[in-house]
Design a protein around this ligand. Sequence first.
Ligand code: GSH
Length: 145
Amino acid sequence: MRFLIRTFFRGVRLILTPFMLIGERVSRPRGIERDPADQARIDEQTQRLALYHFPACPFCIKARRAMQRLSLDIELRNAQATGPWREELQNEGGRLQVPCLRIEEEDGSVRWLYESDAIIRYLRERFDPAQTTDPTPAPNSPPRS
Ligand SMILES: N[C@@H](CCC(=O)N[C@@H](CS)C(=O)NCC(=O)O)C(=O)O
């Protein structure tokens, strides 16, 4: 029975995947524009971030759209297929759930942030100039510079 249910959902996902990917592409939000020096500074910071995702997961699409809106060049690591990213997410992150943002802190320590809403909140707090007055900081958010 479990096998049938899993196969059913796998089939649904297979059918929906191209539509979701096309939808994401055609409705890609316009990213905010920064002056080149600011963007270069942000690009340097985002080198320490990586998003573990599945291409057609709706929660991942939501997180990727937030990244596009904020013009963030964050490495995407596809954890759907068996491979190093999937293993790393499971072993080091603690569970196989996407999206998950791997955050390398200034001191070299690594934090794994699960839940699309928490990820988006973290990115907005850190990189959205319009959010800097948000009175409710994300858990463990870094000090603002
Ligand atoms: N509440 C979570 C839900 C995330 C979620 O359900 N992700 C699914 C993919 S869409 C997942 O990781 N499933 C694990 C699996 O399929 O192995 C969020 O908002 O990030």
